[in-house]
Design a protein. Structure first.
Ligand SMILES: Nc1ncnc2c1ncn2[C@@H]1O[C@H](COP(=O)(O)OP(=O)(O)O)[C@@H](O)[C@H]1O
Ligand SMILES: O=P(O)(O)OC[C@H](O)CO
Length: 509
């Protein structure tokens, strides 16, 4: 990977993601110098439960950092800062005296707190949480996951109230360990990650004591909330010893930053396991009435926070994985494009992948997946096409909601993530949204965003204008679809979505 012409200094970024951890080293032009990556185990103890082993993750993080530095042929002296980005909401509690997690991390996709969320809705009220935290009451977010651990692990609540237990999303876990762990590690998080816990007040950017009380989470466990771009401490040991840890952003916010969406109204959509479309709303906290999430986009040092509206889709790339691993209809993810391109259209089939219920804009945990419109005419190629169209239609629902909530008509969409290598999908997306879809040269926008924020914090880049100058277009798709055809098919998609709802009855989940 190392480019003979690439000279230091550099910024390193660690992306602790849902399926893997990776470390990427960037140069001043935002070009990739070296990469290392390692997957971790996905643990499914019961239907709907998803866990990660946080010790395995920390070991992997150390390994990929060492790997990227070695592959780049560089030393800590060449690295001016390290930035952190991470899968959001995934929740961990650990003992501050031993550094041992008290339980596996409960992953964002985990639905075990469904019943608890319904109970909180009845006792405290949906609106209360949305008003203060910007989030709908859903098992996706961290607060209910913390409560679940405190309620279900014997003696944990007493240990937490004594001050022996620390809570963190994966950014906090990685930063605490990097900066020394039991030997003085910094227990911090940034505003973007804190905004996904359901415990931070969006208006004050501080933990909301009353919300924490309703959630029965003791304040003692919570990390200090800091900005997304500032020095939290130094790496204590390993190949990066002495390097400042200078940024933290949830991965979707990091992608917004890496795509240089610094102006109000600019948006990006990241196509991975799930899809997350974020629009910069500047200093405005826009309350969503259309099923979006109001969240923090980023905060650079002492500057005012930048907010955003987010449409979160739980299953997009995961549906392609399902076609490969569970159905065996393709051998690799890219094969879905060849199969789908072998037919003209979806043959009348619509696939709504409500595998974990539906996130935005519906927030319905009672929904389950359906394939609608089946006849004997439909082949596996039509289903493959419906799979790709599902990602594009789900995005269309989000952009419609964005326009309603923000009043901003999207004029183009910046995209990134693993699924964007699929040309047919990108063309379909442009057709369904009726706007151009553009992909940047550096597709690793998540790591790039974390690197940019860390670089700003230590003066490696002077300002966001310098970062904008690094953004280069690699590909663009423009819409070609007849409007009447699009409207007709959208109607069928929405009908198929309706058929997923209410599949689970109250006691089934
Ligand atoms: N050519 C492709 N067509 C459709 N889906 C793809 C393609 N290549 C990868 N994917 C999907 O993209 C996802 C991986 O993208 P990535 O950005 O690495 O995700 P994550 O960061 O969530 O792990 C997988 O779910 C995979 O099924
Ligand atoms: O790790 P990813 O890329 O699947 O992203 C997960 C999101 O942060 C969940 O909110």
């Amino acid at each position: 990977m190392t480019d003979a012409h690439t000279a230091g200094p550099f910024i390193a970024a660690i992306d602790q993601g849902t399926t893997s951890s990776r470390c990427i080293v960037f140069d001043k032009d935002g070009r990739i110098v070296s990469v290392d990556q390692k997957e971790h185990e996905q643990i499914f103890p019961k239907p709907g439960w998803v866990e990660h082993n946080a010790t395995e993750i920390w070991n992997n993080v150390q390994e990929v950092v060492a790997g990227a530095i070695e592959k780049g042929g560089i030393t800590a002296a060449d690295v001016k800062a390290v930035g952190i980005t991470n899968q959001r909401e995934t929740t961990l509690l650990w003992d501050k005296n031993t550094g041992e997690p008290v339980h596996n991390a409960i992953v964002w996709q985990d639905t075990r707190t469904d019943a608890l969320c319904r109970e909180l809705g009845r006792n405290v009220g949906q609106d209360r949480f949305r008003r203060e935290t910007g989030l709908p009451l859903a098992s996706y977010f961290s607060g209910p996951k913390v409560r679940w651990m405190l309620d279900n692990i014997e003696g944990l609540r007493e240990r937490a109230e004594r001050g022996d237990i620390l809570f963190g999303t994966m950014d906090s876990w990685v930063i605490w360990n990097l900066t020394g762990g039991v030997n003085g590690g910094r227990h911090v998080t940034d505003v973007t990650n804190a905004s996904r816990t359901m415990l931070m007040n969006l208006h004050t950017m501080e933990w909301d004591e009353k919300i924490a009380q309703s959630m029965e989470v003791p304040m003692e466990v919570l990390p200090e909330i800091r900005s997304s771009a500032e020095v939290y401490g130094e790496v204590k040991e390993g190949v990066l010893a002495g390097v400042p840890v200078a940024s933290a952003l949830g991965d979707q916010q990091a992608a917004l930053f890496g795509q240089t969406c610094f102006s109000e109204g600019e948006a990006k959509s990241t196509y991975g396991t799930g899809t997350f479309l974020l629009m910069n709303t500047g200093s405005k906290i826009i309350n969503s009435y259309s099923g979006l999430v109001t969240t923090v986009g980023y905060k650079i040092g002492d500057e005012a926070p930048v907010y955003s509206l987010e449409g979160s889709i739980a299953v997009t790339g995961a549906l392609v994985q399902w076609m490969r691993d569970q159905m065996g209809l393709i051998n690799s993810a890219p094969e879905i494009e060849t199969l789908a391109a072998s037919v003209e259209d979806n043959g009348g089939a619509y696939f709504v992948p409500a595998f974990s219920g539906l996130f935005a804009p519906y927030w319905r945990s009672d929904a389950r997946g359906v394939i609608a419109g089946l006849t004997r005419y439909v082949t596996k190629a039509h289903i493959a096409r419906a799979v790709l169209e599902a990602t594009a239609w789900q995005t269309r629902e989000i952009t419609d909601a964005m326009t309603k909530d923000s009043g901003v008509e999207l004029t183009a969409l910046k995209v990134d993530g693993g699924m964007t290598s699929n040309n047919l999908l990108m063309q379909t997306l442009s057709d369904f949204l009726d706007v151009p879809v553009v992909r940047p040269m550096v597709a690793e926008t998540t790591c790039l965003g974390a690197a940019y924020a860390a670089g700003l914090a230590v003066g490696f880049w002077p300002d966001t204008d310098a970062l904008r100058a690094n953004w280069r277009r690699a590909a663009e798709w423009t819409p070609h679809m007849d409007a009447a055809k699009r409207d007709h098919e959208y109607k069928f998609w929405l009908k198929a979505v309706e058929r997923t709802m209410g599949w689970l009855e109250h006691d089934d989940s």
